[in-house]
Design a binder for this molecule. Structure first.
Ligand code: COA
Length: 258
C-alpha cells in the first residue's frame, strides 16, 4: 500500500494528515490526491475536533506533480485537477477547524491547500506562493478566490501575476498566515493551537467557522441575522449547559459537541 498519505493521531481530538512524498517535494500526484480526499473524509467521520495538515521533509507541498502531468493528455490533466480539487474543496468545506502546518515550500497547489485551511502557521524560512504562471498555468484549486479574500486584492494580484513566492516571515507580515516561527518551534505551536481549540465547545467552534465563511459572502445585516438564529441553537445546546455548569463548579468543561 502507498504511504504517501499518513493519518497521525497528535493528541486528544487532534489528527494530522501528512503529505509523505518527500522525494517529490510532496507534489500532488493524481492517485495521491484521491488518497488525501479519502483521508480527510475518514478524519472527519472519526469525529476529530481539529485537523492539522503537514508535509514531510523539505517541502509542505510543491503543487501539482508536474512530472506526472507532462505525460498526460488534456482529459487526464482535467481529471488530475478534479482529484486535487476534490481534496482542496473538501478541506475548505470541512466542518471542523483545520490548520496548515507549513514546514517548507508551499507552492501552487501547496499554497492552495494552505489557503483552504482555516489557520496557517509557517516556518519563517519557508516559501509560499501561487507560482502557477511560471509554468504557464493559473491557480486552479481556489487560489484566485481565496488569496484575495485573505490578503486583499492588490497584493493577491501582485503575487499571482508575478508568480513570485514570498518567505514565511513576509507571509506573516501581510496576514497570509497566522504566525511565522523557526522550523524547530513550528509543530509545538501548531499543536498548542490545536489543543486549545480542541478543548473548546465543538458545537460552538463549528458554528463559528460556518458563520464566518458564509457570512462574509452575504450582506452584513443578513449575516448578523444568521448569527442570531444560530445563537438560539447554541443557547439550548448541551455544550452550553456544560460550560455554565463547569463555570459555577469551578472545573474545566467536558464538551461533547452536542
Ligand atoms: N512536481 C513533480 N516533481 C517535483 C515538483 C513538482 N511540482 N517539485 C519538485 N519536484 C521534484 C524535483 O523535480 C526533484 O526531483 P529529482 O530529484 O528527481 O530531479 C525533487 O522534487 C526535488 O526538487 P528540487 O527542485 O531539486 O529541490 P529544490 O530544493 O532545489 O527546490 C522547490 C524545491 C519546491 C522550490 C522546486 O522543486 C520547485 O520550484 N518546484 C516546482 C514548484 C511549482 O512550480 N509548483 C507549481 C505547480 S503549478
Amino acid at each position: 500500500m502507498s504511504e504517501d498519505v499518513l493519518i497521525e493521531a497528535v493528541s486528544e481530538g487532534v489528527i494530522q494528515i501528512r503529505l509523505n512524498r518527500p522525494e517529490r517535494m510532496n507534489a500532488l500526484g493524481h492517485e495521491m490526491s484521491g488518497r488525501l480526499a479519502a483521508a480527510l473524509e475518514s478524519v472527519v467521520a472519526a469525529g476529530a475536533r481539529v485537523l492539522l495538515v503537514r508535509g514531510t521533509g523539505k517541502a509542505f507541498c510543491a503543487g501539482a506533480d508536474l512530472k506526472e502531468r507532462l505525460g498526460m493528455n488534456a482529459i487526464e490533466r482535467a481529471a488530475h485537477n478534479a482529484a486535487i480539487n476534490a481534496f482542496v474543496d473538501g478541506l475548505a468545506s470541512a466542518p471542523i477547524p483545520t490548520i496548515a502546518v507549513v514546514n517548507g515550500a508551499a507552492l501552487g497547489g501547496g499554497c492552495e491547500i494552505a489557503l483552504a485551511c482555516d489557520l496557517r502557521v509557517i516556518a519563517s524560512g519557508a516559501t509560499i506562493g501561487l507560482t502557477e504562471v511560471r509554468v504557464g498555468a493559473i491557480p486552479g484549486a481556489g487560489g484566485t478566490q481565496r488569496l484575495p479574500r485573505v490578503i486583499g486584492r492588490a497584493l493577491a494580484l501582485e503575487l499571482m501575476m508575478t508568480g513570485e513566492p514570498i518567505t514565511g516571515t513576509r507571509a506573516a507580515a501581510i496576514g497570509l498566515v497566522n504566525a511565522a516561527l523557526p522550523l524547530e518551534e513550528l509543530d509545538a505551536r501548531a499543536r498548542s493551537l490545536a489543543t486549545v481549540i480542541a478543548s473548546r465547545s465543538p458545537f460552538g467552534v463549528r458554528r463559528i467557522k460556518r458563520l464566518v465563511y458564509e457570512g462574509l459572502e452575504m450582506p452584513e445585516r443578513e449575516a448578523v441575522k444568521r448569527e442570531r438564529e444560530c445563537l438560539k441553537q447554541v443557547l439550548s445546546s448541551k455544550d452550553y449547559a456544560e460550560g455554565l455548569a463547569a463555570f459555577s463548579e469551578r472545573r474545566p468543561p467536558q464538551f461533547t459537541g452536542e
